[in-house]
Each structure stands twice: as C-alpha cells, then as structure tokens.
Design a protein around this ligand. Structure first.
Ligand SMILES: CC(C)(COP(=O)(O)OP(=O)(O)OC[C@H]1O[C@@H](n2cnc3c(N)ncnc32)[C@H](O)[C@@H]1OP(=O)(O)O)[C@@H](O)C(=O)NCCC(=O)NCCS
Length: 139
C-alpha cells in the first residue's frame, strides 16, 4: 500500500535518570573498551540512589539478580543510568536498571546494559528496617 504514514517508535529508556557520567581511560579493560565491572558499579550506584530516596535513608545492595551487556561502552561515551523500582517489600526494593550511552562523536543514544538489582533499607547498625510508606515524612 502506498501513502501510509510511517509510525516507527524509537526505543526509549525505562525509568528515571539517576546518574550521568563520562567513561574515562582509567575505566578500560585489556581490549581498550570500558570494563564491565565499572558499568555494573555505576548501575549499582544509580539503583542505590533511587532506593535511598524511596527508603528515605541508608540502603545496601543485597543481590544482583541479572546483568546483560548488550553493547560495548567506549572511552568518551556518556553513560546514563535509568532506574525503575518494580517491587517494594517489607525491607527490600527491587529495581530494573538500564544503562544507555550517548556515543562519543556520533550523538546517537544506545542501550548498553540492563540488570535487576535488589536493595535493603538498613538502620544505623546495618540491620534491615521497614521501607516507609510512599510519601511518608522523614523519620
Ligand atoms: C543487606 C543485609 C543487611 C540484609 O540482612 P539480612 O539479615 O540478610 O536480611 P533478611 O534476611 O531479613 O532480608 C531482608 C530483605 O532482603 C531480601 N533478600 C535477602 N536476600 C536476598 C536475595 N539474595 N535476593 C533478593 N532479596 C533478598 C529478603 O527477602 C528481605 O526482603 P523483605 O523484607 O522485603 O521481605 C545483609 O545481607 C548485608 O549486610 N549484606 C551485605 C550488604 C553489602 O555489603 N552490600 C554491598 C555494598 S552496598
């Protein structure tokens, strides 16, 4: 059929942007690409920031349930981590974390990773504490 309007939808990050940082030469692996552990660490920080906000205080990472590396990250790429809290338990919060890059010199946006991270709200002694109700005032 001719004359049909194209309605191609660009893929977009899911969740809220929590951190945006620059991949530096010190973060490379033996291949010259960015070390996967660095990317995972940034995603862990992003999930932790989101859960710190939700739990109104300290949290600790208790599990990384899954981690998929779709595309390499290179020096000079801008890494953006997006977080969606998918489940809130009594003391735990499960998050989907996606990392996207703004590719250096190309201006394109690509998803590079996704993972599922779980955090536990902890008290000053490092023991689990209940996640407060959403919208609750600071304790
Ligand atoms: C996080 C920590 C305080 C939890 O203490 P714990 O005594 O094991 O806690 P519990 O068994 O009571 O579990 C607490 C919550 O975590 C969840 N949980 C525990 N282990 C889990 C796992 N492997 N995967 C997913 N969720 C888990 C429980 O289901 C529970 O959730 P709920 O309260 O919403 O039902 C403790 O395991 C810890 O200090 N771990 C080290 C944290 C750390 O150093 N992280 C890296 C640096 S941030």
């Amino acid at each position: 059929m001719t004359g049909t309007a194209s309605t191609t939808t660009q893929p977009a990050p899911k969740g809220e942007l929590m951190i945006r940082t620059l991949a530096m030469p010190a973060d490379t692996n033996q291949n010259g690409d960015i070390f996967g552990g660095w990317v995972l660490g940034q995603m862990d920080i992003a999930g932790g920031v989101a859960c710190f906000q939700r739990a109104k205080g300290r949290v600790a990472t208790v599990a990384v349930q899954s981690m998929v590396f779709h595309r390499p990250v290179r020096v000079g790429d801008v890494l953006c981590c997006y977080v969606e809290i998918t489940k809130v338990g009594r003391t735990s919060m499960t998050t989907n974390v996606e990392a996207w890059i703004l590719r250096r010199g190309e201006g394109t946006r690509e998803q590079v990773t996704e993972g599922v991270f779980t955090y536990v709200a902890i008290d000053e002694k490092g023991k689990p504490r209940p996640v407060p109700a959403e919208g609750a005032p600071l304790a």
